[in-house]
Unconditional design. Sequence first.
Lengths: 313, 313
Amino acid sequence: MSAVETGVVAFATPPFAALADWGTSNLRIWLVDEKGTVLDEAQSGDGMAVCSRDNRFATVLESHLDSLAAPKSLPVIVAGMAGARGGWREAPYAETPSAVDRLYEQAVSPDHARPVHILPGLCQKTTGPFDVMRGEETQIAGVVAGGLATGIICMPGTHCKWVDLEDGKVQRFRTAMTGELFDLIAKQSILRLSIPADEKAETHIAAFEAAVTEAFLPGFSLATGLFSIRAATLLSSPAPHEAASRLSGLLIGAELAGMRNFFEGGKTVHIVASPALAGLYLRALTQVGAKAEPLDGSALVRTGLFAAAKALI
Amino acid sequence: MSAVETGVVAFATPPFAALADWGTSNLRIWLVDEKGTVLDEAQSGDGMAVCSRDNRFATVLESHLDSLAAPKSLPVIVAGMAGARGGWREAPYAETPSAVDRLYEQAVSPDHARPVHILPGLCQKTTGPFDVMRGEETQIAGVVAGGLATGIICMPGTHCKWVDLEDGKVQRFRTAMTGELFDLIAKQSILRLSIPADEKAETHIAAFEAAVTEAFLPGFSLATGLFSIRAATLLSSPAPHEAASRLSGLLIGAELAGMRNFFEGGKTVHIVASPALAGLYLRALTQVGAKAEPLDGSALVRTGLFAAAKALI
C-alpha cells in the first residue's frame, strides 16, 4: 500500500476520521483509517475545564489536528464533557433504556467549518433514580462493538459507573462517587493526618480486605468507619499504607454493598479500569462472593467512537 | 459583698479559677468565682492549630489572662485539643468505661509558672471499635454535673459524638464525620456546582425529610446517593436550598442509621448542639421513630470545667 501525503506527513492509509475523547481534564485525539487502525494520536490537558473558560474548543481542536497534519475536511467524532452544558455545544442526554450503538443518531454539530459530531451522554430519569454519564456510554458502545452485548459492567474511577447492559441496551445504571471521595477524604479531611501523600501507591492487603468485609456488613456506617481510621492512628501503630488501604477498602466495600443488586444471583461483573484499580475491585468483588473479571478497557472509547464514525460518515 | 481589686479591674467576688475550652480553632476562657459565676470572659481564634506552630500556648494563655486582669497565681483548667499530642502538653486519653466526673484525676500540668491543669480526652480501645474524643468528655461531665447521669447523648458537629452514659460513666461512644463530610462535599466535590455557597442557611424541609427517609432504608449507599444530587440538578429544576438540604438529609440519615443501636428500644436521645443543628437532628430522629430532646448545651463545657476546678484546686 502506497503512502498517502497530507501536508508534510505521510500516512500508510488515508485518514478516515479523527476520534476525540474530550473529558473534564484531558483531551485525547486519534487519527484512524477506515478500518479503525490508529495512524497517529495526540493528547493534552486541554479538557473541558480549560476550554470552556473562553470557549476555546474550536481553536484547541484545530491546533491539535494541525499538529497531526490532519486534512482540513477530516470529520471529527467527539465523546465526553465537550458535549455537556457549558461545553462546546450541548448534546442532550439520551435516556435509558438506550441502545448504545445508536447514540450517534442523537449527535449534535457545533457551528464549525470542519464536520464535528458530538455524541450525547446518557441519563436515567423516569426508569430509576436520577443519574447521568458522559463519556462512559461511548466506552460501553466499545464493549458492545467488541462482542459483549449483555452483562454487568463496573467502571471504577472518580465517579464509578455500574451498568446493566442487555442486548446492547443500557437498561439502568448507577454512579458512586468513590474515587472523588477517596481523594477528598485522604487529602483534605482529618484523615490527611493519618495518610501521608505518598502512601497511596501500595496496598496493605490485609487492611484492605478487612475493611471491605466491614463495609459490606449490614448496619455499616461510612461516616463512622472513616473516623475510626483516624482513631486507629492515635491509639495503635498501624503499618505503612494501612490507613490508606483501609480507607480504600471501606469506600469500595460500601460501594459494592450499595450496588449488590447489580450482581446478585451470580451475575459476572465485567470491570473496566486501569490494571491497579481493576485488581482492587476484582479482589473486593471476589471477597464478597461475586463473580468478576477484568475487561481490557484500553481501547474501548476509541472503539465506540469508531463505531459512531462508521455510522455518521 | 465588697468589690475585690486585682490589678485595675474590680471583681464582685474573688476569681477562683480560669476555665479554658481550647479547641483546634478557638480558645475561650472564663474567669469564675468559687460558685462558678462568670466574672469575665475572653475568646479568640488562637486554637491549637495556631498555637502549636511555635508552641505559643503559654504566651497566648498569659496574654488572654492579662487582658482579663486575672491574678498571676490564678489556676487554670483546660479542656480540648491543647492536651492532644502536638498540643501544649499531651494529656493521655482516659479509657472507656470512664466516670466523667473523675477525669480530673488524670489531668496533666505543663511546665509553667502558673498552675495549669489540662484534662484528658477519652478513648475507646479494648471495649469497642477504636474511637477518640477531646473536649466533648468535659461537656459530658457538664451534663452529669447538671443532673443527667444516665442516657444517650448525641453531639452533632464536625465530628458528631454519640455517647452511651450510665451512672455518670461513658460506657461506649462512636464518632461520625458528618459535619466534616458536609463541608468537604458541599464546597469541594462535584456537588459544589449544585450547591451555591449561600445555600446552606435555609432548609428545604421536604427535601431534607425525603433524604433522611432514603438514607435510613436498608441498602442505602451514601456514595451513590450523593451523586444523585448532582444528577438531579442536571435533569430537573430543584428549588433553592433543595440540593444542600438533600445533602444534609442524606448525611444525617446515614448517621442515624449507623447509630441506631444507641437509640433502639425507645431510649431518648439528648441532643447537644446549636439550636439550628439541634433542630435538624430533632426532626430527623423523630422522623425515624426515635424519642429525642434538645439539651441546653451553652454552658456544658464550662460546667464540666468548673466541676474539675472544684476537685483540683
